[in-house]
Write a protein that binds this ligand. Structure first.
Ligand code: ZN
Length: 434
């Protein structure tokens, strides 16, 4: 189809580059707006006066400036790098290397796996200076880095091995299905990927996550009893309650639940618990946060997200099926002699769909923000609005989040509404609920 519309693969190539740069410049502009807001905001916002000291506020400001400057440099590097990859047909060059290594004529699956490995090793190495700087310079400076060099190295090696095993396994299945699935291969492809993602969602928290962090059951005591009571009150099928030792990694805090059907587990970061230095939340505040999390459960937000992701995946595969036989798709990436299906999939999903992906990501950010407000309101209905508010303030303080945002930047980037907006809406809902 594409062949009859566009005669020259370079036209497609330049369009892809154009869209990539438009998206990049747009995001750069938004980040610049936020950068400006951070720089000109000199006073603690009215709502946080008395809870956020001028000193903490100043530190949050410096932290935010440092992070924004870091991402300016990283993003500029990223777009130049991606442009060079497309412009100089780097993917095709590495494909030729993979073919040479794979002398056994064993076929497309093994060549694709070698190609993925080469690219993963290279991108990991190129990314490493940024990760090291972010962890050991930036986060370190503001007291958030808790990783030792040994932990960092071992963590990265483990992560690389696990992610490569999964990527190679999934890619092999994908290639086999595309090549042997017949005219309606995209239906099989979708069914397979959907099944694999459901399996991974089950296996990840139970098998993979414990390889990286230590999970211990929350000890018996007041907090545990209170959480269990809350679960019983809401008929939440709580089977296990863990504390994860996130403090080995970083001082940022969080809580979440996971699990299918009747086997739900709640995980609290140890950084969330009250500590002697005054960081962390008290029991009431933790229950406020968990009420919010259970709001996500009560409104079926996880399932709704999953449906959106799966419908989107089906659409993407269907679009791919209409394009993947066109030689132009492969020529865009410099493949003139062969048409490996994995390359076709990559070009269609990552390059051609760039505008669609950007739009979809914006819409899902909007949806996620809606879900956050619903979950906050759920906590309000449970009469836990006030502790949730003070928990949000405490976490904002502990994480040194800068509380003031540019509206456009926030609308485009934040899956969670900014703290001041959340506090105001909770306040309003609490008045209504009275
Ligand atoms: Zn939430």
């Amino acid at each position: 189809m594409i062949d009859s519309i566009i005669k020259n693969e370079f036209v497609i190539k330049y369009f892809i580059l154009l869209f990539m740069w438009i998206e990049f410049l747009w995001e750069l502009y938004l980040s610049y707006r936020q950068y400006h807001v951070v720089l000109i905001t000199k006073e603690v916002p009215k709502k946080l006066k008395g809870v956020l000291s001028q000193d903490t506020f100043k530190k949050a400001k410096d932290y935010s400036v440092a992070k924004l400057e870091f991402s300016f440099i990283k993003d500029i590097f990223g777009i130049v790098f991606s442009t060079l990859i497309i412009y100089y047909d780097v993917l095709a060059i590495f494909w030729d290397y993979s073919l040479q290594i794979n002398s056994s004529e064993a076929g497309e699956v093994s060549t694709s796996c070698i190609w993925i490995l080469i690219l993963s090793v290279l991108t990991t190495i190129i990314d490493l200076p940024f990760t090291i700087y972010y962890t050991f310079v930036l986060e370190e400076k503001f007291g958030f880095n808790k990783q030792t060099v040994g932990f960092f190295v071992w963590d990265k090696i483990k992560a690389f091995i696990v992610s490569q095993c999964l990527t190679l396994m999934i890619s092999s299945i994908v290639i086999v299905i595309i090549k042997n699935g017949g005219d309606y291969f995209f239906v099989w492809l979708w069914a397979a990927v959907c099944t694999i993602s459901l399996i991974l969602m089950t296996v990840y928290p139970a098998v993979i996550a414990p390889m990286f962090d230590k999970y211990t059951p929350l000890p018996e005591g007041e907090l545990r009893t209170q959480i269990e009571d809350l679960a019983t009150q809401l008929k939440f099928p709580l089977t296990e309650l863990y504390v994860v030792e996130g403090s080995k990694r970083s001082a940022h805090s969080n809580a979440y639940f996971y699990g299918f059907f009747k086997h739900k587990r709640i995980v609290l970061y140890d950084t969330l618990l009250k500590k002697e230095d005054g960081t962390g939340c008290d029991n009431d505040e933790i229950l406020g946060i968990l009420s919010h999390e259970l709001g996500h459960w009560s409104f079926n937000h996880v399932l709704k997200n999953l449906v959106v992701i799966q419908v989107n995946l089906f659409l993407l595969f269907a679009v791919f099926s209409t394009m993947f036989k066109s030689p132009k798709i492969y020529q865009v990436a410099g493949f003139y002699k062969s048409q490996p299906v994995l390359i076709g999939l990559y070009v269609v999903l990552m390059y051609i769909m760039t505008p669609y992906n950007a739009l979809l990501s914006f819409l899902s950010t909007c949806m996620s923000r809606r879900f956050e407000f619903q979950a906050d309101d759920f906590a309000v209905q449970l009469k836990r609005g006030a502790p949730l508010q003070s928990a949000l303030i405490q976490l904002n303080k502990d994480n040194l989040s800068f509380p003031v945002y540019d509206n456009w930047y926030s609308a485009y980037n934040h899956s969670h509404p900014p703290i001041l907006e959340r506090l105001a809406v909770i306040e309003e809902n609490m008045k209504k609920a009275k």
